[in-house]
Every structure is written in C-alpha cells, then in structure tokens.
Ligand binder design. Structure first.
Ligand code: MCN
Length: 833
C-alpha cells in the first residue's frame, strides 16, 4: 500500500498518479532489443580467456591450438592489441596522493585477481569462441594472494602492485573538529572515559562482499565500419562511457557513438568503463569488423565489479541517559585488485552518512582503501550509504541494549526534530527538509509495534522454539547526485548537472530527449507524467528518448538516485522554456498582448475571455511558419540543464520482525513495514516498486548473499547456486507507505527513491535477528545471518557448540567471528560470530 500524507502541493492530474509502466509491455514480453540481440551482418563473437589464479606471473601464452579451430578468426594476447598499455579510468581520485596503479584492459605480465582477462578469441560464433578459448594455454607462476585487508597493510605484506610500494590506495579523513562543524572526537571520547555519567562503546562490523546481480548480463557490440564507431553496451552510463573511451584510447569523441538500448538492471554494477568494452573495441578496430562480447552468468559473478566489503570500527561516546556525544569511525575498504570508475569514492560517500539522522556534536571518519587480489569493488545500490547506515543503526541498537533504553526511544532522543530543519550536520551537509517523527509514528502504528513486543515476551516466557525478534532502522541518505560544485570539492571527476530537450512535433506531441538512462526505473512513464503535466498535453502524447549519444548528446547518466531529482527538473525547466517560446507566437495568433495571456491546462488564453489556442496549435503554426511574429524564430523546442544547489535527503523508518528457529537457526521474515519520505511522489506505483526491489536487495545482504574467497583467492560463489539471491519464496509481502516533506532544493519537491529500500533494510533485519537471540547471550552475528551462523551463535553463546562446529565456523566463507568488540568500563563482548 502506498499513501501520500501531508502533501503541500495539490495533486496535479498526472503527478501523483498511479500509472503502470508503459515500457513494461515491450520489456517483459521480449519485444525489445537488448545489446546481445543486435543483429549486424558479419558480426564476430569474442570470448575472453581468464586467469584461474588470483595472483600470478604470466610466463607464456600459447595460442596455436585455439587458432587452428575452424571458425576462429583470431586469438590475441594483450600485447597483440595494445590492451596491456591501456589505463582504464578511475574518475574519483579521492586524495592528491591516491595510488592509482595501472589497470590494463587485458593483463600483460601479471594477473591480480582470479578472472582477470589474459587473451581473447574471436570467432564466427559465440560457441566456437568459447570452445577455442579453452584451448589457449597460459603458463602461470603463482604468487601469494593478498586476501585480508589488515594483513595487506602490515609491513612485509605481499604487494598487489609492487610498483606503488604499498597495498594502501588512499587514506581519507574527515574531522569535525578540524572542519569546524563540531567538536573534537578525541576530546569527546576522552571526556566520556573520565565521566561516570557516560560510556564509550566500541564495535566492529563487517560489510561482506556482494555482487550486483543484474538480470541482463553485461554485453557490448562494437561496429567500426561506419563513419562513426558505434558501441552498443548494456551500460548505465552511455555518456560517461563515450567520453571516457575517447580520453582513454585517444579516439576523437566526434567519431564515437554509444548506445545503451534497453538495459536489464544495473544496481551500480554497470557504472563502468569495463575492460571487456575496451577489448571488444580494440579487436573490432583491428579487424575492421563488428564484434560482440556477452558475458556468461559465471563471468558476471566473477568479474563484473563487486560491492561493499568493509571492516567498520565504530566508537561512540554516549551519556547514560542516551545522548550521543561523539562518534569515531575507522574503515577499511577493500578495493580489490584495481580501482573502478568511482570505486575509491564509494566509502567516502558513507563519510557523510554515519551521523545519519542524528545530532552528533563530534565526529571523525578515517577510511583506508586497500588493494587485495580480488575482483575490484565499486558502486553497488546505495554505494557507501548502506554501509554507513548499517554501522550507525547497528550501533544504536548496541547502545540501547547497553544502556537499557528502548531502541526507538534512543533514536528519538538523538534525531533532528522536524522543526529544526534545515539542519547542518556535523559532517557539513545541510538537510533541507524531513520529518522523522511523522514517518516513525506511522511505521509504528502500521507495524503494531506494541502488539509484537507483547507477543515477543509471551514467546520468551513459553520458551518457544521460534522466537520473535524486532529490528528498527531509521535512515536518511544524500542522493540526487549533484551539485557539481560539491562533487568538485570531493575531487569527483565529473559534474552533477543533467539535461533535457523537448522537441514539439507539428501535431502537438512531444519528444523528450533526456540525459539520464534507465535500466529498470520506469523513467519513460514517470517522466512522461511530468512533461504531460507541465505542457498540459496527454500522457500518451509524450515520448521519452534516452540512451543514444547521437540523439541525447549531453547527459551524466543514472546512478545515485539522481534521475528524477536532477534530470526530472531539467525536464520541468525545458517545458517552461517551451511555454515561454510559444507565448509570443500564441499572442500573435490571438492578436493579443503577451501580458494578457495565461497558460493553463495546455492552453494559452486571453485573461478574462474564452479566447485561446492550445500548445498543439502553436506547434502546428510553427511548423507551417506562414505567419509568425517579427524577430521570433519559428521554433518552440527547448533545452535545459539543471544543476541543483544541494543533494536531496529522503529518509524513512523501517521495522522488521523475524522468527528465529532456535533449533535450526533458520530466520523467517515475519513482518516488514517501512514508511519512506521521498518528498513529492511522481508515480506512487513506481515508488512502491522501487522500494520493494530495494528491500529485497537489502534483506538479501542481511540474510542470504555473500561473495567469499577461499585461501587461494578463488571466488566461492561463482554460480547462482552458490550466490544465494533470494527468490520470491524467501521474502514476504512488504507493507510500504510514504510521508511527504517536499524537498526545497528543486521545484518539484522530489527526493530520490532508487536506493532507499536497500539502505534502510539491512540493519533492520540484522537488528531483528539479534533481538531474537540476545537472550541466549549472543552479541553479534556476521552477515549474512545464515541458519548455520545463527545456530552456531546460539549454541556457542550457550556453550553447547561442539568442536566440529567451531571448526566449521572458522572455515572460509563462514564469516569469521574473530572480531574484537568491546565496551569500555567493564563490559566485554562474547558470542560474536
Ligand atoms: N520516482 C517518483 N517519485 C519520487 C522519486 C522517484 O516517482 N519522489 C520515480 C522516478 O521518476 C523514477 C524512479 O522512481 O522513475 C527512480 O527514481 P530515482 O530515485 O531518481 O532513481 P534513478 O532513476 O536515478 O535510478 C537509480 C537508482 C539506483 S542508484 C539504483 S542502484 C537502482 C535503482 O535506481 N538500480 C535499479 N533502481 C533500480 N531498479 C531496477 N529495476 N533496476 C536497477 O538496476
């Protein structure tokens, strides 16, 4: 269920209306062309030979057998196509002295993660290319893998990139004392240590490695035969890809055209200039023929970038009645073997979110990015913000337990009150609007919080096998990624503006060319609603065109829940310009003064009369151009660019109840309620869908998904049998709702929603699991909280786990509970798994 409460704007006919997604007809009935479906005469197929070793010298590559296979057109090593000389781009150098080792498109002399490409086979069919790739013999001399971030930073550690002399990529620090946005954390912690009315609590949390499992695997087709080289790619970022290809390969940008046709999901995993895209381009140019590469699912799991993978050390100073005095965050973030397009900046986005919705007087964030011999990490739904939200929301529960304060009450004591907005946080962001009380009150009521707490007590008293746990998570996030100036101050390599152009057709229909690029978000529907409202034309009369740099030549693409809050506003501004340009022509047609005209419902009317012309009439008059005013161009098309002054800050309260089977450790979702505030809602159905999808992903991190490596650096979840994506059967029906405090940073009052569900849900679920089992002495369980881990945690805490169980817990992928958490002033933490 979705409801919109407290809207300040009266609902317009289209904005705020549930509309089914018009693009779904073609997307879900197979009437579209994904990149892999591009049919070009003479298309060749490329397969990549990948290293089975995490870290090894390449001593020789024998391609002779593969070359003999009928149908094979060529077999190339990195040197053959210059792929070893390429430096794939990293657009976010977070510090001046950040170490950015070379990232070739194919490895030349050394591989640094299992799955890195070392050679390619090009053949007349994909099957031949794959079979022949098996025949390429590579002579590897194995090196020691680098797997553990803490070990990687020790003196004498094996280096992933010996040429940079360290496994540390960069250290990035924010200190509110130095920034002048708050006090010194060192002082706050030391004052708390000396104060009997305060406690200092330390916890270590792990963000396991995840894989953004998009439905459509990555794929690219390059056709070099025309005047412009055309690349189709299943990418989230066609514009960025085009510019980066030009810069990386020294190609003239005007000779490049990138097309992202319909793209089947991305979740951040397709924000990349992928080595495979570059290799396909290099081979296509060498051969002068069109070439296609499409990954297998296993290739995708192994080599498309991963997400998360952090160790978080949080130390909080808090008064015994629950008021936060200071928060210190130390992070280690695993970059994997190389730097992705925005990889180093992902944990830095989290720097601004650990303080979350709370008033924290002193804050320090200190992050070290580390190289390991694993697949590289980069943006994954939420990028830095789910990690931060997890850290602080887990910590809030730890504080609540430690101080014996009801967890929601603790949050209430510390959050920013609605009358305090706009509020500048300790990490220097200014939250424009929000109402945490309203969202929370609605969530509590929908959840029947008190009723479930009663049931929990009853089950405890009866000693039921299935115990109830209740978890809370509140959240806010910075999204609508822009403003350009702020991104610049964070050393991000691009701006944050977005564009839209409206082309008015002679028959009064509108083609809207947008710079953002959907891959499942329903843009064509929601954006048609906006433009229909603003121009006063029918929803069906608006066409949204995207994803082709030839028609949409300017844009910064889709990520960071920015498409509506930035791109949508560019559409509003373009529509306003269309009306502005149409006005003198309408006045001319009506033989009236422009000052006497008003525009409503798609029509210019002379005030106080029923004389009027529609925008469609003006469009036709402009097309004929027989009679239009002197000095005015016969053209009412318009282009606009929007660069907001601030992020948008959606927020919400998520409540989760789980049943934990104390005999099997199985966690069953019992109830999930969330109330999100995304400002003005354009399409409630789409918003609800976005939240549902996000919840599935966040819950999956808490309960199911993990990409672990064994001690040789081999990925253990290389298929979807091992990487446990939840199915519908693993989830329940979610109860979602919205409150609406419109954003003041854009004229629609909208805030992003694409990442919200993912950000808030993970800590809500883990807090619920722990709430069920704390009674046995369990203090923490690493994610995902699998039945085995939960069962082991309960039995270890009770002292009933046997030797065999302990051995299993320490096995790779079991979460390794060897984390050191403690509470100063006497308390110690046990049972952490
Ligand atoms: N919307 C709305 N009203 C609001 C906010 C949003 O109607 N107040 C609508 C928008 O018009 C848009 C959709 O909701 O149709 C999402 O909008 P927005 O929050 O601006 O997010 P983006 O369109 O920029 O999408 C990016 C975001 C991110 S960062 C990830 S990751 C993600 C996500 O979207 N990946 C997705 N949602 C996904 N959904 C699908 N199906 N597949 C993915 O890969």
């Amino acid at each position: 269920m979705t409801t919109t409460e407290n809207p300040t704007n009266a609902p317009a006919p289209e904005i705020g209306r549930d509309r089914r997604r018009k693009e779904d007809r073609r997307l879900i009935t197979g009437r579209t062309r994904w990149t892999d479906n591009q049919a070009i005469t003479g298309l060749l197929h490329l397969s990549i030979v990948r290293s089975p070793f995490a870290h090894a010298e390449i001593q020789g590559i024998d391609t002779s057998a593969a070359k003999q296979v009928p149908g094979v057109v060529g077999v190339y090593t990195a040197a053959d196509i210059g792929a070893d000389a390429v430096q794939l781009p990293c657009a976010w150098p977070i510090t001046k002295d950040m170490k950015a080792p070379q990232r070739p498109a194919l490895a030349g002399s050394r591989v640094n993660f299992a799955g890195e490409g070392v050679a390619v086979v090009v053949a007349r069919s994909a099957a031949i290319a794959k079979d022949a790739a098996e025949l390429v013999e590579v002579d590897y001399a194995e090196l020691e893998p680098v797997l553990d971030m803490e070990d990687a930073l020790k003196d004498g550690a094996t280096l992933v990139h010996p040429e940079i002399g360290t496994n540390a990529n960069a250290q990035w620090v924010f200190d509110s004392g130095e920034a002048g946005s708050g006090g010194s954390v060192a002082e706050a912690l030391s004052a708390a240590e000396k104060d009997d009315d305060q406690v200092v609590i330390h916890r270590r949390f792990r963000q396991q490695r995840l894989v953004p499992v998009f439905m459509e695997p990555r794929s690219t087709v390059v056709d070099p035969t025309g005047e412009q080289l055309v690349m189709w790619s299943s990418t989230q970022v066609p514009h960025i890809l085009k510019t980066m290809l030009a810069l990386t390969l020294g190609l003239p940008e005007n000779k490049l055209r990138v097309i992202a046709p319909d793209v089947g999901g991305g979740f951040g995993g397709k924000i990349a200039v992928a080595p495979e895209e570059v290799v396909t381009l290099l081979v296509a140019r060498k051969l002068g023929k069109p070439v296609k590469w499409t990954e297998t699912r296993s290739e995708s799991l192994l080599t498309a970038h991963h997400g998360r993978d952090q160790i978080q050390d949080l130390t909080i100073a808090v008064t015994k009645d629950g008021i936060i005095k200071g928060l210190d965050v130390k992070l280690l973030a695993d970059m994997g073997a190389y730097l992705g397009l925005v990889g180093p900046g992902v944990p830095i986005l989290g720097a601004f979110m650990f303080n979350a919705i709370y008033k924290i007087p002193a804050y320090r964030f200190d992050c070290t990015n580390v190289f390991t011999t694993k697949t590289l990490t980069d943006a994954y739904r939420g990028a830095g913000r789910p990690e931060a939200t997890f850290g602080i929301e887990r910590m809030m529960d730890e504080v609540a337990v430690e101080l014996g304060i009801e967890p929601m009450e603790l949050r209430r004591k510390n959050w920013i009150k609605h009358e305090e907005f706009p509020y500048t946080t300790v990490s220097t962001l200014t939250y424009d609007t929000g109402n945490y009380e309203a969202a929370t009150d609605q969530a509590l009521q929908m959840f029947d919080y008190d009723g479930l707490r009663r049931e929990q007590q009853e089950r405890r008293q009866r000693g039921d096998v299935k115990q109830l746990g209740i978890g809370i998570s509140t959240f806010t996030e910075m999204c609508g990624l822009a403003p350009s100036r702020v991104l610049g101050s964070l050393d991000y390599g691009a701006g944050g503006w977005e564009t839209a152009s409206i082309r008015m057709l002679p028959t009064g229909k509108a083609e809207v060319v947008v710079g953002v690029s959907p891959h499942g978000q329903g843009h064509e529907t929601a954006f048609s609603q906006i433009v229909a409202d603003k121009l006063g034309i029918a929803f069906e009369d608006v066409e949204i065109l995207h994803g082709d740099t030839q028609s949409s030549y300017r844009g910064l693409d889709t990520y960071g829940s920015r498409s509506l809050a930035v791109g949508g506003i560019a559409m509003v501004k373009a529509a306003e310009k269309v009306i502005e340009k149409a006005k003198p022509i309408a006045a001319h047609m009506l033989e009236a003064s422009e000052d006497d005209l008003e525009f409503t419902g798609g029509k210019f009317t002379v005030k106080g009369t029923d004389k009027g012309v529609g925008i469609a009439d003006v469009a036709l008059a402009v097309f004929a151009a027989h009679d239009y005013p002197e000095g005015i161009e016969p053209d009412i098309d318009a282009h606009a660019t929007f660069d907001p002054e601030n992020f948008s800050f959606p927020h919400g309260t998520h409540l989760c109840a789980v049943e934990v089977d104390t005999e099997t450790g199985f966690v069953h979702l019992h109830k999930y309620v969330c109330v999100d505030d995304v400002g003005t809602v354009i399409n409630p159905l789409i918003v609800e869908g976005q939240v549902h999808g996000g919840l599935a992903q966040g819950i999956a991190q808490a309960l199911f998904e993990e990409a672990p490596y064994d001690e040789s650096g081999t990925l253990l979840s290389g298929t979807l049998v091992d990487y446990t994506l939840p199915s519908a059967a693993d989830l329940i029906s979610f109860d979602t709702a919205n409150t609406a405090t419109p954003s003041t940073t854009n004229p629609l009052g909208v805030k992003g929603v694409g990442e919200a569900g993912t950000i808030a849900s993970t800590p809500a679920v883990v807090n619920a699991v722990l709430d069920a089992v704390r009674q046995y002495g369990v203090k923490d369980i690493d994610m995902p909280t699998t039945p085995f881990r939960v069962w082991t945690a309960i039995n270890s805490a009770k002292g009933t786990a046997g030797r065999g169980d302990e051995a299993d817990v320490a096995s790779p992928g079991a979460g390794l509970g060897s984390t050191a958490s403690d509470i100063s002033k006497g308390d110690t933490q046990g049972g952490h798994l």
